[in-house]
Design a binder for this molecule. Structure first.
Ligand SMILES: NC(=O)c1ccc[n+]([C@@H]2O[C@H](COP(=O)([O-])OP(=O)(O)OC[C@H]3O[C@@H](n4cnc5c(N)ncnc54)[C@H](OP(=O)(O)O)[C@@H]3O)[C@@H](O)[C@H]2O)c1
Length: 240
């Protein structure tokens, strides 16, 4: 059955690949991010391939923006079936570099953005007695490494919030956490600290394509309504 699926952070990487994959399966995708030009070309690509997509500028750190994003999808299509909370940033650095603004940005996007999505979509899901939350967390929700303390903290938080949501939610609402390992995307581009950037060069030597994560999202969504895929970790075979 065709679903209405909203994807945050759809302008590149995993979000873009997920939107393409879900649209190719016949779902209507609603694409949100700040780079509207990227969203517009992605929507064009989806439509050219016979799919359907809406775009809307979205800053997940702004609660009202997030609410308006979800509400607009509901107004246009009568419902929203799935919210893929994918938007994220990863400006890594050691704590003693004191890049406090970057810590705040990670907390704002990766944690507050996720919570804003839940606040926006949960009332719709409760009213319809159905819906599916998909959180893109990280392997960083399961282990910590130097330069990644704050990033991992935000991903541990994303894991905890999503697991808490699963426990609290009505059984008509499905909840999935997907934790990627090193995946091709623009994510490392947000690192400004030279030491962390150098470390990442080695760490990111072996990647998997963003489509591998999109496949996992599609799998979770495609299960029957009474099957709740709660958690997946997908990483390159070479990643330890
Ligand atoms: N790639 C990996 O190795 C990897 C591993 C584990 C987890 N992840 C997670 O996967 C998710 C997607 O990242 P990616 O790897 O695909 O990186 P990416 O290519 O940099 O994509 C990040 C997306 O987040 C969006 N975004 C950032 N700030 C935003 C904001 N304030 N409001 C709305 N959208 C915002 C960006 O769009 P705009 O800049 O246009 O707003 C972009 O579309 C993230 O949550 C990341 O932590 C990635």
């Amino acid at each position: 059955m065709s679903k209405v699926i909203a994807v945050t952070g759809a302008s590149s990487g995993i979000g873009e690949a997920t939107a393409l994959r879900l649209a190719a399966e016949g779902h209507h995708v609603v694409l949100g991010a700040r780079r509207e030009d990227r969203l517009a070309s992605l929507a064009e690509k989806i439509r050219a391939a016979g799919g359907s997509a809406d775009v809307r500028r979205l800053d997940v750190t702004d609660r009202h923006d997030m609410t308006a994003f979800v509400d607009a999808a509901v107004d246009a299509h009568g419902r929203i079936d799935v919210l893929v909370s994918n938007a994220g940033v990863m400006p890594l650095s050691r704590l003693d570099a004191l890049l406090v603004e970057e810590w705040d940005r990670m907390i704002d996007v990766n944690v507050r953005g996720l919570l804003h999505g839940i606040a926006a979509a949960l009332p719709h899901f409760q009213r319809r007695r159905g819906g599916h939350f998909v959180t893109i967390a990280s392997i960083g929700a399961h282990e910590v490494s130097p330069t990644a303390a704050v990033y991992c903290a935000t991903k541990y938080a994303a894991w905890a919030i999503t697991e808490g949501l699963r426990q609290e939610a009505d059984p008509s609402i499905r909840v999935t956490t997907i934790s990627p390992g090193v995946t091709e995307s623009e994510l490392a581009g947000s690192i400004t600290d030279p030491g962390a950037r150098a470390l990442m060069g080695d760490y990111r030597a072996n990647t998997i394509p963003a489509g591998a994560i999109a496949d996992a999202v599609a799998y979770a969504i495609a299960q029957p309504a009474d099957v709740d895929v709660n958690e997946m970790i997908i990483r390159p075979t070479r990643q330890r």
